[in-house]
Design a protein around this ligand. Structure first.
Ligand code: KIV
Ligand code: ZN
Length: 392
């Protein structure tokens, strides 16, 4: 078993399924570039067959991203899988390559009521889908949707068959966020024991946050279950109560490396810029007390805590704010501030500008505002940069 934890980001696919969070192609490409700077291992860029817009977004990301693996979701049918493969072509020349992620539901409830298929039909379709996908792409991931509420014996039969067809990653979703950590971890461990060829695939977990346990469940999937890939989103964005939050999983594994014993390839200094970028793009505000990326995550208000931190930071800090991308000595921006300080704040806010000309124009607007306002806050900068920051 490897000691690396693969970080699979699905902000642009499952995150976008959050009501009101839909993004344009340019916005998605801008976020994908930030995810690459963050050094996520896999970027799930979208669901290519779901619309022409999604196809174009997956294609644009596959054409531009070089380091991370670019992935598209596809239902377990030939049309979806062909569309995914078509959109992903550009990624084949990048060092990260392309991945097709195909899925079909395996719980009795979903098979009977949603798919109206028998167990045997689902078994056959899963096998054929992975076989078809492997003819188009070397890297294929399979997910049994609603996996956690599926009968383990049937699930194991399906998973053994799709691994034999060449699925390299087996991802177990807790689609409705029903799991609790110890049980979920044991479920993954038991499943791996039931599948005779389980060691031919990387095991992955994909947890939703309906009971507020997506991060805890994912980590139990890793420690108890032996999963080595976690599917997650920036700020925990996602349908209903959201997905497992990338920043929390990554910082838990890094901060408690003594316990997890795993490496993650993430450049943690890019976490806060990524969080800001996703929040600005979707309009989903990050709660102030959100772990790692909330405005108060590193703020000390009580006198005792302030005194302690001034004497020794680790009295009340288990992580360094600057390690996750908060600036250590926050410079107050005002009319005397220079272009470099302004440019650095743009970067901290996750605002990417195409050219020096655009930065100059934004800097001129900043100076105008600073003549009228003593202190310029982050919200002012976001407002004055406005739409220009979302053009990739
Ligand atoms: O939650 C889920 O089951 C999914 C699958 C498509 C992986 O998002
Ligand atoms: Zn999901």
């Amino acid at each position: 078993m490897t000691d690396k934890l693969i970080i699979f980001d699905t902000t642009l696919r499952d995150g976008e399924q959050s009501p009101g969070a839909s993004m344009t192609k340019d916005e998605k490409l801008r976020i994908a570039r930030q995810l690459e700077r963050l050094r996520v291992d896999v970027i799930e860029a979208g669901f290519a067959a779901s619309s022409n817009g999604d196809f174009d977004a997956v294609k644009a990301i596959a054409d531009h991203i070089r380091e991370s693996t670019v992935c598209s979701l596809a239902r377990a049918n030939d049309r979806d899988i062909s569309r995914a493969a078509e959109a992903l072509k550009g990624a084949l020349s990048g060092s990260g390559g392309a991945r097709i992620h195909t899925f079909i539901a395996t719980s009795e409830l979903h098979m009977a009521k949603k798919l109206r298929m028998t167990r045997d039909q689902v078994f056959e379709q899963a096998k054929l889908a992975v076989r078809f996908a492997r003819n188009l792409c070397d890297d294929v991931e399979f997910s049994p949707e609603d996996g956690y509420r599926s009968d383990p014996a049937f699930l194991a039969r399906v998973l053994e068959a799709v691994i034999a067809e060449g699925a390299r990653t087996i991802n177990i979703p807790d689609t409705v966020g029903y799991a609790v950590p110890e049980l979920f971890g044991a479920f993954i461990r038991d499943l791996r024991q039931r599948v005779p060829n389980s060691d031919k695939a990387v095991w992955s977990v994909h947890c939703h946050n309906d009971l507020g346990m997506a991060v805890a469940n994912s980590l139990a999937g890793v420690t108890i279950g032996g999963a080595r890939q976690v599917e997650c989103t920036i700020n925990g964005l996602g349908e209903r109560a959201g997905n497992c939050s990338l920043e929390e999983v990554v910082m838990a594994v890094k901060t408690r490396r003594d316990y997890f014993g795993l490496d993650v390839g993430i450049d943690t200094a890019q976490i806060v810029p990524a969080s800001r970028m996703v929040s600005q793009t979707t309009g989903f505000v990050v709660q102030p007390n959100k772990a790692v990326v909330g405005a108060n995550a590193f703020a000390h208000a009580s006198g005792i805590h302030q005194d302690g931190v001034l004497k020794a930071r680790d009295t009340y800090e288990i992580m360094r704010a600057e390690d996750v991308g908060w600036s250590a000595n926050k410079i107050v921006l005002g009319k005397l501030s220079g272009r470099n300080a302004f440019k650095q704040r743009l970067q901290e806010l996750g605002i990417e500008m195409e050219s020096e000309g655009e930065i100059n124009a934004a800097f001129a607007r900043f100076k105008d505002l600073a003549d009228r306002k003593a202190e310029i806050f982050d919200e002012d900068i976001i407002a004055l940069v406005g739409d220009e920051s979302v053009t990739a």
